[in-house]
Design a protein around this ligand. Structure first.
Ligand SMILES: Nc1ncnc2c1ncn2[C@@H]1O[C@H](COP(=O)(O)OP(=O)(O)OP(=O)(O)O)[C@@H](O)[C@H]1O
Length: 380
């Protein structure tokens, strides 16, 4: 666990970057620091590995004050990933990744083997090891950055906007891979971002900071969306937070209707016989492929004819996915599948909405209720 105790950072020019910050980043979890530009996120992160020293207060890693540990030694035991990856341009990918293990005295052959292992782990197998950073895409460079931070298998990882410099599609992939990796590795991670959606997607808990380096609210993402503590947090989270909160609400018992289907390759007659409805669901080995309008087809059904606009939701997934499946389906029937992607049935938006109305919202924590301060000069 990493613990901030009343940490203050004042720079020599008088700027207070971090102001009495107290929070705990639990072992094996992702804690995200999020907030507007200049609110002290990076300064807070860098005080953990002593790239910046606090002016007041203490930071403890597993009950040891970081100020009591030799700074270079401390840093070698903490993975650090930054925006633009910060790779050494004249070293190969494998050499970049092996940097910390070599500094820690790992024999060269072993460090090389380890580099290949972690590169595989982040989805960069084989050939990539011998390339130079400039020969990689931005997303691949970020993966190398993550691999380098993981190479010495540190229990703690600090990540400063690691996915901000890549386009949104790649960012989404990197985030998904990062969550998968964390599911396997269970590191204690402090992650800095200015992007609230990224914070909510990745964080086990999210610390929202305000300019001036004060903590505004620390909570799990679902709780933050349901109960922002004040106008600042609520504005920062932004609109449609009620809808976004559905990402955290499981949809266990939706009433599924059986859906008529045909296999890909079915003839026009088979398709027309299968349903009286405008839209017919096409499957391949039980897995939904897309929709067709039987009245409009003139040849056996093939992939190119399918309307693929509708999303598919897993039965044990969140309510948001089920609602989206219903709203995005051309038939207005949302396709629900099992863990293997096989069709279970369909659901309509109003049925998902009923489930939403019955779902529990996170309860308010008492400590979150701000004491009402009497306003001077007024009488009750
Ligand atoms: N070396 C420094 N000297 C003086 N002021 C600094 C120094 N480093 C940072 N600051 C100031 O401290 C405040 C917090 O900076 P910090 O980089 O921690 O913010 P941030 O939340 O990470 O911002 P961003 O999202 O823009 O990176 C800012 O006002 C910044 O200008």
């Amino acid at each position: 666990m990493i613990r901030f105790e009343q940490v203050v950072k004042k720079f020599p020019d008088g700027t207070t970057a971090v102001d009495h910050l107290s929070l705990e980043a639990p072992t094996g979890k992702i804690t995200v620091l999020v907030g507007p530009s200049g609110c002290g996120k990076t300064t807070s992160l860098r005080m953990i590995n002593r790239m910046i020293d606090p002016t007041e207060g203490r930071i403890l890693i597993d009950d040891q004050n970081v100020m009591d540990v030799d700074a270079p030694k401390l840093r070698r035991g903490i993975g650090y990933v930054i925006q633009h990856a910060g790779l050494f341009p004249h070293r190969t990918v494998a050499e970049n990744v092996a940097t910390v293990p070599l500094l820690l005295g790992t024999p060269k052959a072993e460090a090389k083997k380890r580099a290949h292992e972690v590169l595989e782990l982040v989805g960069l197998p084989g050939d990539f090891a011998n390339r130079y950073p400039a020969q990689l895409s931005g997303g691949q460079q970020q993966r190398v950055g993550v691999a380098r931070a993981l190479a010495a298998d540190p229990p703690v990882m600090l990540m400063d906007e690691p996915f901000s410099a890549v386009d949104p599609v790649v960012r989404d992939q990197l985030q998904d891979e990062f969550l998968r990796l964390q599911g396997e590795l269970g590191k204690t991670i402090v992650f800095v971002t200015h992007d609230i959606d990224e914070a909510i997607k990745l964080g086990d808990q999210v610390a929202v900071m305000r300019v001036g380096g004060k903590l505004a609210q620390l909570a799990e993402p679902a709780y933050l969306l349901a109960h922002p503590i004040d106008d600042f947090v609520s504005d920062f989270i932004g609109r449609d937070r009620g809808y976004r909160a559905l990402s955290f609400t499981d949809a266990p018992r939706l009433p599924l209707a059986p859906e008529p289907t045909v296999e890909i390759g079915a003839s026009v007659d088979e398709a027309r016989a299968a349903t009286g409805d405008d839209w017919l669901l096409v499957v391949e080995d039980g897995r939904p492929q897309g929709w067709v309008e039987p009245s409009r087809i003139t040849a056996p059904i093939e992939q190119a004819m399918l309307h693929r606009g509708g999303t598919v939701a897993a039965a044990d997934g969140p309510l948001r996915a089920a609602l989206d499946a219903a709203l995005s389906s051309p038939s207005r029937r949302g396709v629900i599948v099992d863990g293997d992607g096989k069709l279970l049935g369909t659901v309509r938006a109003h049925q998902v909405l009923s489930a939403i109305e019955q779902a529990d919202r996170p309860e308010v924590h008492e400590e979150d209720i701000a004491p009402t301060e009497p306003v001077s000069g007024t009488t009750p």
